[in-house]
Design a protein around this ligand. Structure first.
Ligand code: G4P
Length: 289
């Protein structure tokens, strides 16, 4: 079960350290600005999940960006568990700081409580499950400490709440809303797949042209030239070029209706699902600079 905002705020009273999971391909767009408000200066670790799908150089740039803000940030691949031990080490570092404050106040033996937060589809459940599997013998119910809550024991001093806090994404501006749609973090019914696939294709052609050419075995420069030749008398623009690239992908992949018309819905769905499944290779859609 996922938690609502009210439940998160209530649960956060028990929490010492927050792990905010974001998508490494678009860390800012998949971050929820309310976390700051909820966390009330609690230490936070940003986890760049799905780092296997993101452009490595850009992920490194994001890690630098967070370090300039003194926010611990770790790249992770929750599906394989890559990066999890670094997260655990970071939790331990933060725990040391917290426990020394408790000791100053004369309280010893206090375990640090950790909670995972994030918007839909960033990999919160996968992350928690991977951690739980590593610590399978240590998952348990500890009534009396916090009634009815399940905690995953990370070590003798640290426990992770076993259900994540699900935050709603902040759509912000069009760029953020589009990024969230590409990553499938907003409901299917909330977006027009044809429009979103067009915007995604435009972005991919701009930044990852070779990835698109390789995926669909197309030559984008010659498509651009053809559009230019066919429209000599008329004005043409980027919109026409992207649509022609999309249509060429449809022809290559057999997304054609009877009568030879392009099946726009089918090719759009295919571009989106290929991107979401990482079939273009490593791609980041947001940069820190
Ligand atoms: P959530 O709790 O934050 O909503 O996300 P969840 O763990 O359910 O993960 C969403 C999808 O992302 C899952 O795919 C999951 O396997 C995938 N995923 C999570 N972490 C990683 C990662 O590090 N790398 C990659 N490549 N994928 C990751 P799914 O079960 O196929 O769901 P869906 O894509 O069909 O929605």
């Amino acid at each position: 079960m996922k938690k609502t905002k009210e439940q998160i705020i209530k649960d956060l009273k028990l929490i010492d350290i927050i792990i905010e999971i974001v998508d490494a391909r678009a860390p800012k767009s998949t971050q929820n600005p309310d976390v700051q408000e909820y966390s009330k200066n609690k230490p936070k670790i940003v986890v760049l999940n799905k780092s296997d799908l993101a452009d490595e150089n850009i992920t490194s740039a994001w890690i630098k960006y967070y370090s300039t803000q003194s926010i611990p940030c770790i790249k992770v691949e929750a599906t394989t568990g890559k990066g999890l031990s670094e997260v655990i080490n970071q939790i331990k570092i933060l725990y040391k700081e917290i426990s020394s404050k408790y000791i100053e106040k004369g309280r010893t033996g206090r375990t640090a409580k950790v909670m995972v937060l994030g918007i839909p589809n960033v990999g919160k459940s996968t992350f928690i499950n991977s951690l739980a599997k590593r610590n399978i013998a240590k998952v348990g119910n500890m009534p009396g400490v916090t009634k009815g809550k399940q905690w995953i024991k990370i070590d003798d001093n640290i426990e992770l709440m076993d259900t994540p806090g699900m935050l709603w994404p902040k759509l912000g501006n069009t760029v953020v809303a589009n990024n969230l749609a590409y990553l499938n973090s907003i409901g299917q019914n909330a977006v027009d797949n044809e429009e979103i696939a067009y915007e995604l294709l435009k972005l991919l052609v701009k930044n990852y042209k070779e990835h698109v050419e390789k995926r669909y075995n197309i030559d984008i420069s010659s498509i651009e030239k053809n559009v230019e030749i066919n429209n000599k008398e008329n004005d043409y623009n980027e919109y026409d070029v992207i649509l022609e690239i999309r249509d060429e992908i449809a022809r290559k992949k057999g997304a054609i209706l009877s009568g030879g018309r392009i099946n726009e819905q089918k090719v759009s769905d295919m571009i989106l699902s290929d991107f979401r499944a990482g079939k273009f290779g490593r791609i980041s859609i947001e940069r820190p600079y």
